[in-house]
Design a protein around this ligand. Structure first.
Ligand SMILES: Nc1ncnc2c1ncn2[C@@H]1O[C@H](COP(=O)(O)OP(=O)(O)O)[C@@H](O)[C@H]1O
Ligand SMILES: [Mg+2]
Length: 297
């Protein structure tokens, strides 16, 4: 029997991608590395023959990852996560909408679409609040706003930018949380890891990319429940669900569609990559069985 092959779509090979490839091989499968930057895809072909049936999407660039995912899907290739999930997770406004719609606790958020109305949005939330770009990661341009002067300066700065995304003002209540949040990794119907992320001494943000450190966090049944509900709400797959603690309750502020897990891996004994690979192989088997049944019919 042929070994199953899973594609790993990347634009930069980080520790995570190497770990996924090595775990695939340990499970007797083949990892096919696909450089997203080098793909030239004729849209009129019925199938991109060199691409496996199932691909793990690992692009760092949101727009590249999203658009290549939808191109693969249009040609019958299954990609984890799907373009739909990537779009919902990559845009904080869409994520907030879907979380609220599904009754999942999330910070109160107001959006305004011009510098003229931005201050009104900030006043609706009140100080302190947080301003974020609707597309972004690693904490970039996520700004705590504690007073009106700072708010005015930020609105003015954004107004000067040529990028039209800068005049979309996504304003959120600042959650009174401890100097940490919780990163959970959901794979299919399981939460495989939950870790605290403590902000670096000189930072308010907890992102590992900004020097945040991780520590093990017990997965309570309440935490598991909210994480799985958030993961299902965006469409499921392999997701990084970020949760803050507010006076004994959990609040989901972000769902990451292409999850980095090097930081989380240092606080757990189980191999996160192996759980992802196990999930991908189970989906690959379903796809292969389906293909075999339709070939017989
Ligand atoms: N509403 C909030 N209240 C308190 N802290 C927040 C809030 N939103 C974000 N943060 C902090 O800022 C960090 C980055 O914000 P996040 O929304 O996760 O953006 P990014 O996609 O850039 O990681 C979070 O991990 C958290 O530590
Ligand atoms: Mg984040």
């Amino acid at each position: 029997m042929n070994k199953p092959t899973i594609g790993i779509l990347y634009d930069r090979i980080r520790w995570e991608e190497k770990e996924l490839a090595s775990r695939l091989e340990s499970r007797g499968a083949l990892a096919q590395m696909i450089d997203a930057k080098m793909q030239v895809l004729p849209l009129d072909s019925s199938r991109f023959d060199s691409i496996p049936e199932l691909v793990l999407g690992r692009c760092v660039s949101y727009y590249r990852g999203l658009n290549i995912a939808s191109t693969f899907e249009a040609h019958g290739i299954r990609i984890i996560n799907s373009s739909e999930v990537l779009e919902l997770c990559g845009n904080k406004l869409l994520t907030s909408q879907i979380l609220s719609k599904n009754g999942i606790a999330t910070p109160k958020t107001v959006v305004a679409f011009s510098s003229e109305s931005a201050m009104q949005a900030i006043e609706t939330i009140g100080f302190p609040c947080v301003m974020k770009p609707i597309v972004g990661s690693w904490g970039r341009q996520v700004v705590p706003i504690r007073d009106r002067e700072t708010a005015e300066a930020l609105i003015e700065m954004r107004e000067q930018q040529a990028d039209s995304m800068q005049t979309i003002f996504y304003i959120q209540e600042m959650i009174k949380r401890p100097p940490r949040d919780i990163r959970c990794i959901a794979v299919g119907d399981d939460v495989v890891t939950s870790v605290y992320r403590y902000a670096a001494d000189d930072s308010w943000k907890t992102n590992v990319a900004l020097g945040g450190r991780t520590e093990p966090c017990r997965l309570t049944s309440e935490l598991e429940d909210i994480v799985l509900r958030a993961a299902r709400a965006v469409g499921g797959g392999i997701l990084g669900v970020d949760v803050m603690e507010r006076e004994g309750e959990y609040v989901v502020h972000e769902v990451n569609g292409t999850v980095e897990f090097k930081g989380a891996q240092t606080s757990t004994d189980l191999s996160i990559a192996d759980r992802m690979v196990e999930y991908a192989l189970s989906l690959e088997q379903i796809s292969a069985e389906k293909a075999a049944t339709s070939a017989q019919a």
